[in-house]
Design a protein around this ligand. Sequence first.
Ligand code: PLP
Length: 401
Amino acid sequence: MASKHVYLDYASTTPLDPRVFAVMKHFFSQKFGNPMSLHSFGKEAREAVEKSRKLAADFFGCEPGEIVFTSGATESNNLAVKGTAIAFASHSNKKSKPHLITTQFEHSCVLEASKKLEEQGMADVSYVSVGKDGLVTIDAIKKEIRDNTILVSVMYVNNEIGTIQPIKEIGKLIKKINAEREMKSLPKIIFHTDAVQAVNYLDCHVDNLGVDLLTASGHKIYGPKGVGILFVRKNTPIRRIQDGGGHEMGLRAGTLNVPGIVGFGAALELVENERKRNYKIVEKMQGYLISRLLKEIKGVKLNGSKIKRIPNNINLTVKDVEGEGMLLGLDMKGIAVSTGSACSAGDLRPSHVLTAIGIGEEESHGSLRVTLGKYTTKQEADYFLNSFKEVVARLRKIAGK
Ligand SMILES: Cc1ncc(COP(=O)(O)O)c(C=O)c1O
């Protein structure tokens, strides 16, 4: 085991901020009530959940009643995609199949939920292609819209390459189309964004974005794992996908994860208060690392737009080296990075994101994702750089390159 520990995989998960844990911990032990209970234990838990809901609503610029707590972004995205299709199907006079639009490089939970709807004959889905720069264009979305389109789901920031999608512009387009559709009595298009990787750094006010549904996850923002949010704009036609009690405005049955929800609220409050400072820290480090990596190691390429990019993401392909080899070599030096999304770790097929932006199979196998966070230091960045140079040189030597 290496004596150093340098964590550079913040897009995969983040450490819990100790200030968040300090708020959460009472809700595991002393304040353990079920928020649905009518006695004082329940009331105490309920008040804590509602406080968190209010913090989340302030963060996303919506009403508390529009925040649905879930078990994570995977569930929120499933609810967004399947829940809108189910709501459409349950309108008795809707005989036609609904049509959904998403992109080829969404997180697997959006892609798999969409494929499931297709398999079950519940929806037709268009998977919009992505440019080489890792950006979806408004025109590409516009082209796919049909009379029976009910949902457009586009991620705000891609989790592998960190590119920022034009969500505000897509929101404006959908608003304009919806105004025209109202006159033709066509169903309104619901606009969903998976904002998991955006929350730390970008404006996530739902009215600024023009979204009806927005997904967030606790563990990507120095909060706990196992808790997510789906913002659901009032009057959006959506049905729950999990049956049971009437929790969360009838949209998500199941006893609430009170410590998780409390932690999520506290984490959002910290993001809001410290965003500017944290943005600067990671942006500076990102610029420093990218310029040195490109300058000092030959055959290194940055994947995805350099400009429309989240400040903590560096996704590289390195010529003549396998991503797995780089990952393991760095791990032996105590450095944690990733080769694709963590959800597909161990899967040797090329990343669907890199494929979507036109990177070939061979090149894609030499990819590495380095993601920075608010605790990343200059010493860590330098240690990574030096170690990375050594690892790449060694692997190339072994491969005779
Ligand atoms: C963009 C994006 N969406 C969804 C998820 C799934 O989040 P969770 O772990 O909360 O289910 C992730 C996590 O990697 C992600 O990066």
